[in-house]
Design a protein around this ligand. Structure first.
Ligand SMILES: Nc1ncnc2c1ncn2[C@@H]1O[C@H](COP(=O)(O)OP(=O)(O)OP(=O)(O)O)[C@@H](O)[C@H]1O
Length: 303
């Protein structure tokens, strides 16, 4: 099957700096593709070029086989963009916003379907400005998908939500994927990427550092596993002198030990603790997560 999105050698320069430098990736039809990276990494610029909202300097883009700069009107009907909640008028009731957005498209938006799918019935008569953050995100998701688009772009969908509202929103995003939609999701949150994305592209300083499944990225990172334990008495210096230990990190009473052979290091740790009379609590082997991976990729690039 043809990919939903193909981007090849994208470049975008602003007067004082490159925002996007030689970015290439493709998004398979029906997957949730994550775009991750710190502030200023070039995520928004890249996504807006895909959406046809920003002109690229060079490179090629195909969205559902079409160049967004040449076919903006056709693509507008086939893609959905989740706008920030600030773009909906505070006084407008939820049902009014839904009807208004449904009227923007040639293909008549099905308000009842979206109300059901996103469980909006209890809030239809509430002015947008009076909704909680979680409900606002739910409504902007409804507005982005009211015309049943094939591709949906979500920008930081769960920013500012409490854990419960975030989980509920994630379920709705997974439901969209189950309906067969392709989703491009920009996020700062590694946990969100790990939970939702089939694949992620890690952006840094306008470039793509790596593209893979979150699981494979974490598995690759598995080689830098570490030991973690808590101790009120332990001290970094003797830990660092243990054979094979390469690094010790300490945050208050939490210690992380990096070593070439973790099993040997753990044996040495307990022998040392016994000699020194340290209490060792909550001992475990830890694998890295996407956060660790990201920090390491950035370090590698800067080196
Ligand atoms: N309109 C603009 N004019 C000049 N520079 C810009 C413009 N938009 C973005 N930039 C610069 O381009 C770089 C990439 O910005 P971009 O907004 O794409 O990053 P981002 O990864 O989306 O960051 P954030 O997570 O903060 O939104 C940054 O250095 C930014 O300052």
């Amino acid at each position: 099957m043809e990919p939903a999105i193909v981007a090849e050698h994208l470049h975008k320069r602003y007067p004082d700096a490159y925002a996007v430098r030689d970015v290439s990736f493709s998004v398979k039809s029906g997957e949730i593709f994550g775009i991750l990276g710190p502030n200023g990494a070039g995520k928004t610029t890249t996504v807006e070029m895909l959406e046809g909202l920003r002109k690229r300097d060079s490179g090629t883009i195909r969205i559902l086989g079409l160049d967004p700069d040449e076919h903006p009107y056709e693509l507008r009907e086939r893609i959905g963009i989740q706008f920030q909640s600030t773009s909906v008028h505070e006084q407008m009731k939820v049902k009014e916003a839904l009807r208004l957005f449904a009227s923007f498209y040639r293909k008549k938006g099905d308000v009842d379907r979206i109300v059901d799918a996103l469980g909006l019935k209890p809030r239809l008569d509430v002015p947008f400005g009076r909704l909680s953050g979680g409900w606002k995100q739910r409504v902007t998701l409804a507005l982005a998908t009211i015309h049943d688009p094939e591709i949906v772009f979500l920008d930081e969908p769960s920013t500012g939500l409490d854990p419960q509202a975030r989980r509920e929103l994630w379920e709705l995003i997974l439901k969209l994927r189950d309906e067969g939609k392709t989703i491009v999701l920009t996020t700062h949150y590694m946990e969100e990427a790990e939970r939702l994305c089939d694949r992620v592209a890690m952006f840094h300083r306008g470039r793509v550092l790596s593209i893979d499944t979150p699981q494979r990225l974490v598995a690759t990172w598995g080689k830098v596993r570490h030991l973690r334990f808590e101790s009120p008495e332990a001290d970094e210096q003797p830990l660092l002198s243990l054979p094979g230990v390469t690094k010790v990190e300490r945050e208050d009473r939490i210690f992380r030990i990096y070593a070439r052979d973790l099993q040997a290091a753990s044996l040495q740790l307990f022998l040392l603790a016994d000699r020194e009379g340290w209490k060792i609590e909550a001992f475990r082997f830890e694998t890295g997560n996407l956060d660790d991976l990201f920090v390491s990729l950035v370090k590698e690039e800067s080196a």
